[in-house]
Ligand binder design. Structure first.
Ligand code: ATP
Length: 371
């Protein structure tokens, strides 16, 4: 029997459509060799260009499709020169997080052998951590609740942060469950670090309190705490020591880019926005208008995000073949870099989006990725 899944594809703006096309080609090849599962892709509009063309950034039909899909595959949305009247950027990805209650932003920061890294210490090659970013409240709360803010003027403007017990509890439950799965695969793992600024902000003091309550329910896993400013330093000094970092929305946004830098650049960092009922997978990078339309984008982050989607679907629907396909895709990407078959423009090379995708497809076809 074949398990069928409906995947809503949102290519978006800038390099979004480019890395998405590469990703769909790779998934097509993977699908041909896999059995027991089938993905049905459905592409929908949305993003800054959509807003410029139609006056709507994210059509209701796209939102409905995303809500009804088994999973969403997302490229990138937003263009610096296309803005709403109040000057803010077009960012339907933020609306999707709220609409679908995608509270856990999962950003794996894993060094892939063969990829040039910015840290000289050889231990940098062993970096393997995951940032879990809370995505429905924190310092992004005021964005969707402007009526709760005093009016802004040319002289002053306000923002609003909100932390709830329930929001923190589900973030930490998710993070400890993730740490447990990671420990099952690698016994040295199994630690959750709460990253906050509990010494300054009341909301983050509440978050910190809830963290220790949840940690007490997971005596088999390690738990510790670090202020976000110290974490920024530690991630540069000894990132290999960390496992799961659970943090507030804005802090997670910032640390994710730092993390991507540690493993070679934005083109290497995948992500999943995960809730209890829905999930969306997208590269951590934005639409990169500076390189859009040139075929230079590194599609690796998009490919690894697709692998995360396969694993999430496989686990959620108990389809082991999908979990296996996710591992195959990840191994194929690893092999391409480990054997230095490609060198993306991002690292000063000459391999573009299509060449990288084609090389991954070649490796999948030969099944050379199987250990
Ligand atoms: P956002 O605010 O939407 O996260 P951003 O403006 O912070 O986006 P990105 O669009 O992610 O930034 O681009 C940051 C830098 O990284 C740019 O120089 C861009 O060219 C580069 N970059 C991003 N993604 C890729 C990629 N897939 N391949 C190569 N370079 C990339």
């Amino acid at each position: 029997m074949t398990a069928d899944f409906r995947i809503v594809v949102l290519p978006g703006d800038g390099i979004g459509p480019e890395v998405m096309a590469a990703c769909l080609a790779v998934l097509g090849a993977l699908q041909q060799s896999g059995s027991g599962w089938r993905l049905h892709f459905e592409t929908h509009p949305g993003g800054a260009q959509c807003y410029a063309d139609t006056g709507t950034a994210f059509p209701a039909l796209s939102m409905r499709a995303a809500r009804e899909a088994d999973a969403v595959l997302f490229g990138a949305m937003g263009l610096p020169h296309v803005r709403y009247a109040d000057g803010t950027e077009i960012a339907p990805q933020l609306d999707l997080r709220d609409e679908l209650d995608l509270y856990a932003g999962v950003r794996p920061i894993r060094a892939i052998p063969g990829v040039p890294l910015p840290l000289a210490d050889p231990r940098a090659a062993t970096v393997d951590l995951v940032i879990v970013r809370e995505q429905t409240e924190g310092w992004f709360y005021g964005r969707l609740n402007p009526d709760r803010l005093p009016p802004a003027s040319e002289a002053e403007a306000f923002d609003l942060g909100r932390i709830t017990r329930a929001g923190s509890e589900r973030l930490f439950d998710f993070s400890f469950a993730l740490a447990a799965r990671r420990k099952a695969r690698a016994p040295a793992k199994g630690r959750v670090t709460c990253v906050d600024k509990a010494n300054v902000h009341r909301g983050l003091a509440l978050m910190n309190k809830v963290f220790w309550e949840v940690a007490a329910r997971h005596a088999d896993l390690a738990a510790d705490h670090c202020y976000v400013d110290a974490m920024a330093l530690n991630l540069l000094r000894r990132p290999w020591e960390y496992d799961v970092l659970a943090t507030e929305n804005q802090f997670g946004d910032i640390l994710s880019d730092l993390g991507a830098g540690l493993i070679g650049g934005m083109g290497m960092a995948p992500s999943g926005d995960i809730g209890d009922r829905h999930a969306l997978f997208q590269p951590s990078h934005g639409s990169a208008p500076d390189i859009a339309g040139q075929g230079k984008a590194n599609p690796t982050a998009m490919l690894l995000s697709a692998a995360m989607m396969l694993e999430w679907l496989g686990q959620r629907h108990a389809v082991p073949a999908l979990v296996e396909a996710a591992a195959h895709l990840e191994s194929a990407v690893d092999r391409v870099f480990a054997e230095r078959r490609v060198r993306p423009f991002e690292f000063g090379g000459t391999d573009g989006t299509t060449a990288i995708a084609r090389t991954v497809i070649d490796v999948l076809a030969t099944r050379e990725f199987v250990a």
